[in-house]
Write a protein that binds this ligand. Structure first.
Ligand SMILES: Cc1ncc(COP(=O)(O)O)c(C=O)c1O
Length: 419
């Protein structure tokens, strides 16, 4: 099973979905509110937006059809577009990068550090007069170094965007991820902590960003399509709306979050304890041990050869080779593959900014990231993503005994090479 939420789908989700179907309203705008409201309209999209915003400690949340849409919406809300640069880690899911491309802005790749998230030092080095935002991606449940990144963003007048797709339920120094930067985004696809099949969300405390995000995700309308709108719509929007059926599933999943996180954290602790004394074995740096959502355990081996031998024997791959979360494996980026003959935004600078900047990406351009990922293995604790861990590890349904058995097996193999 891809993620812990999907693994736990049960009667609660079924009842929520039936409730919507019995009411007969599938669209987020089912019926007017107030005395004329039809009680059969359950307003599940609004409900899940309000519940999640409260949980995140922000005033606003807009649910939508995917995490990719949420990223594009966040960029649009911030007004990021042609000629602008957005700094993004070279280790992330392609959508962090493709959303920037579709905003017609330029992704500027930065190194990761031992958190497997953005390296603040390299972020500083990558800032140019065109930089408008830093996109911190909280990879595999571990918060990025938000203190440092926020400080850089504030000092340099940049927007901090949090891509929290892989970290629903995680927090940093007591604050929910997504609530620390200017705007945060989530995904609810099946590989995430909780799922609605597909789905996404934008969260922000900023009134104006909320208005713009809502407009972008729903044809330019104001939040909840209130008021007389002719002449009032700020710009063209698109249709990224969430449905009542998806919201019904998400509401049931959200209720399972506390138990789910507790189990993931306990399983990860158990697994880690059984292998942590292995000589030469190191772990990814976790920025907030209490706050991370513990969907993966990432180990770092002394060198790429040992990492590959262990991976091969366990039937998995080193992270560098596992899939397309690594810039080196993103052919669309390396070859500037856009759907149009002119690869916009990469070659549109003369048009956008009156400049002739050459934009290129190449394998090996982030040596620190490459060196780390060649030595790293991901062990699934609750998320089994073939692009990150080749599915190796345990699931949320594994009990203590099963987790221990897996950890002992890892130990047995690793000991052969860690001498
Ligand atoms: C870091 C990251 N950002 C964005 C996304 C995009 O989310 P979605 O698949 O819901 O569009 C994902 C999904 O895997 C992701 O892992």
């Amino acid at each position: 099973m891809p993620g812990p939420g999907m693994e736990l789908i049960g009667e609660e989700e079924i009842q929520e979905v039936l409730d919507v179907l019995r009411g007969g309203y599938l669209f987020r705008y089912g019926s007017t509110t107030g005395p004329d409201a039809d009680p059969r309209f359950r307003a599940k999209v609004c409900q899940c937006e309000q519940e999640i915003a409260r949980y995140m400690g922000v005033r606003h949340a807009v649910a939508m059809n995917s995490g990719t849409s949420a990223l594009l919406t966040a960029l649009a809300a911030l007004g990021i577009g042609p000629g602008d640069e957005v700094i993004v880690p070279g280790f992330t899911f392609i959508a962090s990068i493709s959303s920037i491309v579709y905003a017609r802005a330029i992704p500027v790749l930065a190194e990761i550090d031992r958190t497997f998230n953005l390296d603040p030092e390299d972020v500083r080095a990558k800032i140019t007069p065109h930089t408008k935002a830093i996109m911190a991606v909280h990879m595999m449940g571990n918060p990025a170094r938000l203190d440092e990144l926020k400080q850089i963003a504030d000092e340099r007048g940049l927007a901090l965007i949090e891509d929290c797709a892989q970290a629903f339920g995680a927090s940093y120094r007591g604050r929910a991820l997504g609530s620390i930067g200017k705007i945060g985004t989530y995904s609810f696809n099946v590989y995430k902590t909780i799922t609605s099949g597909d789905g996404g969300m934008v969260v922000t405390d900023d009134e104006e960003l909320h208005r713009r995000a809502f407009a972008f995700h729903d044809q330019g309308h104001s939040p909840l399509r209130t008021g007389v709108e002719i002449g009032q719509r700020p710009f063209f929007g698109l249709d990224f709306r969430f449905t009542e059926l998806q919201a019904a599933v998400l509401i049931a999943q959200f209720r399972k979050l506390p138990g789910l996180l507790e189990r993931l954290r306990a399983n990860k602790k158990r697994y880690k304890a059984l292998i942590s004394d292995l000589a030469g074995l190191e772990f990814r740096e976790i920025t907030d041990e209490q706050g991370e959502c513990a969907t993966m355990l990432t180990v770092i081996l002394p060198n790429p050869e040992i990492a590959q031998k262990i991976a091969a024997e366990l039937g998995t791959k080193v992270v560098a080779r596992a899939g397309w979360h690594v810039y080196n494996n993103m052919e669309q980026l390396l070859q500037l593959r856009t759907p149009t003959a002119v690869p916009c935004p990469f070659s549109c600078f003369s048009r956008y900014a009156g400049e002739d900047r050459e934009i290129r990406y190449w394998q090996g351009m982030l040596p620190k990231t490459d060196a780390l990922l060649e030595r790293a293995l991901n062990i699934s604790i609750g998320v089994s993503d073939p692009g990150l861990s080749s599915g190796y590890g345990v699931t949320i349904r594994d009990d203590a005994e099963s987790v221990e058995r897996h950890a002992r097996e890892f130990r047995r193999v690793a000991e052969k090479y860690l001498k």
